[in-house]
Write a protein that binds this ligand. Structure first.
Ligand code: FES
Ligand code: MG
Length: 587
């Protein structure tokens, strides 16, 4: 537990604030206390505003470079209102923000940078509890990871999904439909003018992507982990209910500061991760969540295993009918009772006693949620899919595992044997994939390598390789595709992702040759390269690794320390040592 402030500083005034972490800065009757207090009064706060109050930090990932989080100034205002009404002092601060649409080469390359920014901002400033404002894909896991390592009371407020886009009277999913229309354009079945109109209508409001892509998956998981208020994850970005949730979150943050918890390390238990993985499967969520949960678990010293995802997937039916696995958008899920209703129906499969930011159990949080409507949310007994959407495969081609989004795949390709067509990197793919002379049939297995955490670097969402034009023209819409990349949460197809170790780390993916037979059997969890094992060993011994893409700066730090996908692509030095107390400020 944190050191006793009064013991540390005999000049500390005897006041309720003396028990708070911020008292280290503000409560002492000495020159240091004077300097700290003047820093706040210089912002126009009176001495009344900083006396005997918990300081609530608001970590805001607002940025004009991140359209999904563009409403966060308004949300922060509502959080502040809640904090003030509960008697706290709200202090908002910026961190780096990660926008999925504009950041290159991939927002994923900077998730750990943002996590470090969040962690150190919390740790180094006079903050008693923190409200995390995140929305776009990588902002949520980065904030959860940073807050978990800082380990002071933390509560997340997610940004909510944007309003559904409508094109020619038809509701659009942001990712899924865009990919489909792009294929239509390439195949000559849609005009450029129509496509331009689609472009202008694609993102009608602030908020994160409105289907069960990575953002909605991560915000939903945040609720299952117990890191946000109950039934708040699915509230649309522009609804009054979201601002109400923001106000309530600010109010609750003050209580958490005054009672000292619960701490992230008390909420993020193995049970909480089981609950999160169960929800991930039930909603047909994004494969990216696998990586983020593996990383987050390691922030609290829990060595979560990839196989746990497969086990929970096997026993968890998909009960949510939202794209890309189902028909609807998150807004309809909200109308049907949101994540609270999903968790309630899942309760026989959950560890309902897990503690949440409310200080109460997860089960208490969803107790008043409605019953499934049978359309957007099904009953457990009549699910949309009998098992979860994500499977884990291993074998000679993926010794440390790989994942496949079974719910987005073609069922007839889940057991497949076919010859490899190999692309060495994304440029090779771009050059040759639509070549009419490409030696390929519908039985071929498209292989893309050097797109992993080190190889790309940053493990971009390149795993949904385009179907070669030669096959598209014959009406073929899916073939088996394998890579060490990730895939957008809104993408679809029979794609094996996150192959670990990746090619650039010397994994067997690096030595696959055109024509080698690849054998996939999701039912037995196998992915193998069908060549003699001595041949595989000979090829691996001859392998030269590609040049590293960065020699300085953050890129170098990243390449030196990023872990493979099966450990969550965190930096090795940011993982907690299992069993060790979280590291606190040393003075
Ligand atoms: Fe930000 Fe999809 S681009 S959530
Ligand atoms: Mg995405």
């Amino acid at each position: 537990s944190p050191p006793d402030e009064k013991e540390q500083n005999p000049n500390m005034e005897d006041s309720p604030q003396a028990d708070l972490r911020s008292a280290r800065w503000f409560a002492a009757h000495d020159l240091t206390g004077f300097v700290h207090r003047t820093a706040i009064q210089a912002e126009g706060f009176s001495s009344f505003a900083i006396k005997d109050r918990p300081v609530i930090g608001i970590a805001n990932s607002w940025s004009e470079l991140v359209n999904c989080n563009i409403h966060f100034k308004l949300l922060a205002d509502a959080v502040k209102r809640g904090v003030l009404m509960a008697g706290g002092l709200p202090l908002e601060f910026p961190t780096i923000s990660l926008g999925e649409s504009l950041m290159k080469p991939s927002a994923m390359q900077f998730r750990n940078l943002m996590a470090m920014d969040v962690e150190e901002s919390i740790r180094s400033y006079p903050i008693d509890a923190v409200v995390l404002l995140g929305g776009c894909d990588k902002t949520v896991p980065a904030q959860l990871m940073g807050a978990a390592s800082a380990d002071i009371p933390a509560i997340m407020l997610t940004g909510g999904p944007q309003e559904p886009a409508v094109f020619r009277g038809k509701q659009l999913g942001v990712g899924t439909d865009t990919w489909k229309y792009a294929d239509e354009l390439r195949a000559g079945r849609m005009t450029q003018a129509d496509f331009d109109e689609l472009e202008a209508s694609a993102k009608p409001t602030a908020g994160h992507c409105s289907e069960m892509g990575t953002a909605s998956t991560m915000t939903s998981i945040t609720e299952a982990l117990g890191m946000c208020l109950p039934s708040t994850a699915a509230i649309p970005a522009v609804h009054a209910r979201r601002a109400q949730a923001a106000e309530e979150t600010g109010r609750r943050a003050v209580e958490m500061a005054l009672t000292g918890g619960p701490l992230p390390s008390e909420i993020l238990t193995p049970d909480a991760f089981d609950n999160a993985i169960t929800l991930l499967m039930a909603v047909g969520g994004s494969t990216n969540a696998v990586i983020h949960l593996l990383a987050l678990a390691r922030r609290v010293g829990y060595d979560l295993d990839l196989d746990r995802f497969h086990q929970i997937s096997e026993r968890t039916p998909r009960i949510v009918n939202v794209r890309p696995s189902g028909e609807y958008l998150v807004q309809q899920l909200f109308n049907a009772g949101g994540i609270g209703a999903v968790l309630k129906e899942l309760s026989p499969l959950l560890k309902g006693e897990a503690i949440t930011v409310t200080g109460e159990t997860l089960a208490a949080g969803f107790a008043n949620s409605p019953q499934p409507d049978g359309d957007v949310i099904s009953k457990l007994e009549t699910p949309f899919d009998a098992s979860g959407g994500i499977a884990v495969v291993r074998g000679s081609l993926a010794p440390k595992g790989a994942v496949i989004k079974r719910s987005a795949a073609s069922p007839d390709l889940l057991t497949h044997r076919g010859p490899a067509v190999v692309f060495d990197d994304i440029f090779d793919l771009g050059k040759r994939v639509d070549d009419p002379n490409l030696d390929i049939t519908e039985d071929s297995v498209l292989v893309l390598r050097n797109c992993g955490p080190v190889g790309a670097p940053g493990m971009p969402e390149w795993g949904m390789l385009p179907i070669p034009e030669k096959l598209l023209k014959r009406g073929i819409r899916d073939v088996v595709r394998i890579s060490d990349a990730r895939m957008s949460g809104t993408a679809f197809g029979t794609t094996i992702l996150h192959i670990s170790p990746e090619a650039a780390a010397g994994g067997p993916l690096a030595v696959v040759q055109d024509g080698d037979m690849i054998v996939l059997d999701v039912s037995t969890q196998r992915l193998d390269l069908d060549i003699p094992s001595d041949e595989l060993e000979r090829r691996l011994a001859d392998l030269t690794l590609p040049d590293r893409k960065y020699t300085r700066g953050y890129g170098r730090l990243y390449l030196d320390h990023v872990t493979q996908a099966d450990e969550g692509c965190d930096f090795d030095f940011l993982q907690a040592v299992p069993g060790e107390e979280p590291q606190r400020m040393p003075y």
